[in-house]
Design a protein around this ligand. Sequence first.
Ligand code: AMP
Ligand code: MG
Length: 390
Amino acid sequence: MVTIQEAFSILNNNLPAPKVEILPLAKAKKHVLAEDLFAPISMPPFRQSAMDGFAFGLYDGLEYEIIGEVKAGDNHQVVLNAGQAVKIFTGAPVPDSATAVMQIEKVTVSGTVLKLAELPKQEQNIRPVGEQNLKGDLALTKGTLLNAACIGFLAGLGFTVVKVYQKPKIGILVTGNELVQPGLPLDFGKIYESNSVMLDIALQEAFYENTSIYNVNDDFENTKNKIAEALAENDVILISGGISVGDYDFVAKALEVLQVETLFYKVKQKPGKPFYVGKLNDKRIFALPGNPAASLTCFYVYVLPTLQIISGVNTDYGLTSSKKLTHDFTVSNARNQFLKAHIVGDKVTILTHQNSSMLNTFSISNGLVYVEDGGYLLAKGDAVEVYVIN
Ligand code: AMP
Ligand code: MG
């Protein structure tokens, strides 16, 4: 049995080396950049009109002759002499000989005669070459988590692929003879299987989408064979249930036979005492308690930070924020606890139904209050540590 802090530090000291891959830009959502990216072009690449209007060379009058037009995408050069103007549109290349653009709202046109309401200023309404960035500028740094704006920015610079940290392929193994898939009749003694979909969705919410689910019977051979299959096909496996000390809990024995090295087994915490982490080369194995709330708690506190670090996200274990309790609360336990809770602003309420088998109040939780063991009273307004979970 290890403490929570020991569990964090063992995980942190046994992280597999991150892997990188080249992905098409459109597939790189929520991946972390594995290299600095430098702009291959200046943006904008040419002097660009910022307005619909007229472009002309500066000339001390308010009247010009309109000699043509340039629209977005045109690539011809118009040579403007003193007193001449072209109609121009937003995004169109401004002729080299033009030194200002006047927006359409500030001119009057009759035939080919353009009259300005005011004298233009040098380079007004012209976006200079490289206004956003020059060719060769650092565009995004290694470690950036790619969001829609990043992807748009890179597409605008002409990137089609990016080098990112690979996200692990994850297998979810579900053990338990008592489990029935929702939709089937529920015979006496059975319960509906909820951990696989719950863990899979928790992974998807964090953008780990390369997952597979394996169903395992409570017998040694089947447990061993399915774990071996999942280990061969994935980088990380999450096992639900079967890791306790019951006669039909075969996960620990199967992992041992498969020569998975135990990093720790059992954590001094509530819920989630029967929690196991092991490694086999660069694969990581998390055996989570079968009780649904314990399983999900271990996922948020230990598994998710590990996945994030493996995939290049700059995060740490044990990250909590401080919130104020909305009520008195009596702590009475010999283990440190993660309590289902609801956060609003800087306040937090510990919910009912804390049992590790119950998900009803987890459904309305957006955080887990962390309390140290012992018998003591927390008062309304006291600051408590909270794991914010969504
Ligand atoms: P175990 O860790 O296998 O001893 O299971 C602990 C408790 O969690 C038992 O009451 C199981 O029936 C329940 N349980 C295990 N796996 C699941 C699951 N996938 N979905 C819902 N409940 C489960
Ligand atoms: Mg079981």
